[in-house]
Design a protein around this ligand. Structure first.
Ligand code: PMP
Length: 360
């Protein structure tokens, strides 16, 4: 099998080689059942077992028990931006949103369709190069919930943890779930698109405390109602069987390695790369040091004319996916769990080679 490039894309992102191989085998013949995973009935016993195992793995990794429902949905992050207020924000109620980047502001925009929105804190005036303050208890009063984004994929900032709050906290953990230990139980609900740290695009993980489901705020079509997903074990209609199966394989892989060891490696990977960005005369970053993300390292060329050549230089050396988001430019190197320390060392070596070639 030919070797893959080192892939630093922000999502869909690199997946562990072992998972790719097992998923490829399952496409050909799932567990010697004589059926491909792509053709497996979604209400049969094999897929039920996959769902059950995925739920057990998620609970174990998050340290939550049966008081939380583990659901698989479709529609990506954006559907969660809509479903959250649709389910939990009454038309006369107010939800608090923390505005720490483009994905947070998209969530705010969606919530405005369903109720009142109070932006509790924002770092927009700093171009999201740092995190805003976490809202104090006083400003949380009478809110239906608080919504936050734990890792800002486009700007490269990340909360250290989720503080305990007086109202339910709903967290978009799309780009840093399972990258480290975090206080999951301080959240009433958290969700994450699969295509970064969990698996392929097409599935979205939602973990929600059961008591939240007793307070759905309006009549909604079944396909958008969290309660029904819980009742029907995520099989309301035809779910993305392959995406959920592959996500389950990634969850197994994470559990085998252990979150502690994954977090240790993620810290090392990020430290290595930030150190080089700071040292190298051709690169710089504007992201505030204490708020920097371990998952998405965002930086800029000192000379904008060097942006494209560096991307090409990397491509020639089998390194792909380092262009920054189209809205901000520069570079973004995503260091999700499947990226190894050796991958980062190779990138650092290429950055040094590029500097030697171009510094006057
Ligand atoms: N939230 C975060 C933190 C993201 O990074 C993204 C996309 N990369 C989204 C939400 C939106 O996800 P989707 O494209 O699946 O709607």
């Amino acid at each position: 099998m030919s070797k893959l490039k080192i892939n630093f894309n922000a999502g869909p992102a690199a997946l562990p080689q072992e998972v790719l191989e097992e998923a490829a085998q399952a496409v050909l013949n799932y567990n010697n059942t004589g059926v491909s995973i792509l053709s497996m009935p979604h209400r049969g016993k094999d897929f039920s077992a996959i769902l059950e195992e995925s739920k057990t793995l998620v609970r174990a990794l998050c340290g939550v028990g049966d008081e939380y429902e583990v659901l698989w949905l479709q529609g990506g992050g954006r559907l969660q931006f809509a479903m959250t207020p649709m389910n939990f924000l009454g038309a006369d109620e107010t939800a608090g949103y923390i505005d720490s980047g483009s994905w947070s502001s998209a969530a705010i925009e969606y919530a405005n369709y369903y109720g009142k929105v109070k932006v509790l804190t924002s770092s927009k005036d700093k171009n999201y190069t740092e995190l805003p303050d976490w809202p104090d208890n006083n400003s949380q009063k009478d809110l239906a919930y608080i919504h936050c984004t734990t890792n800002n994929t486009i700007y490269g900032t990340q909360w250290k943890d989720i503080p305990a709050s007086t109202v339910p906290v709903i967290a978009d953990m799309s780009s840093d779930i399972f990258s480290r230990k975090i206080s999951f139980t301080n959240c009433a609900m958290f969700y994450a698109v699969a295509q970064k740290n969990i698996g392929p695009a097409g599935a979205t993980l939602v973990v929600v405390r059961k008591d939240m489901l007793q307070h759905i705020k309006r009549a909604i079509p079944s396909i958008l109602d969290y309660n029904l997903y819980a009742e029907k074990n995520s099989v309301l209609n035809t779910p993305p069987v392959f995406a959920i199966y592959t996500s389950m394989l990634v969850l197994r892989w994470i559990k085998e390695r252990g979150l502690d060891s994954i977090e240790k490696d993620n810290r090392r990977k990020a430290a290595l790369l930030y150190k080089e960005v700071e040292r190298n005369s051709l690169f710089r970053t504007e992201v505030k040091e204490e708020d920097r993300s371990m998952m998405n390292v965002c930086f800029l060329p000192v000379d904008e004319l060097m942006r494209k050549p560096f991307i090409g230089f990397c491509e020639e050396r089998n390194i792909t996916g380092i262009a920054g988001h189209r809205s901000v430019g520069g570079f973004r190197v995503s260091l999700y769990n499947a990226i190894t320390i050796q991958d980062v060392e190779q990138l650092v070596a290429v950055m040094q080679e590029f500097e030697q070639k171009h510094s006057k």
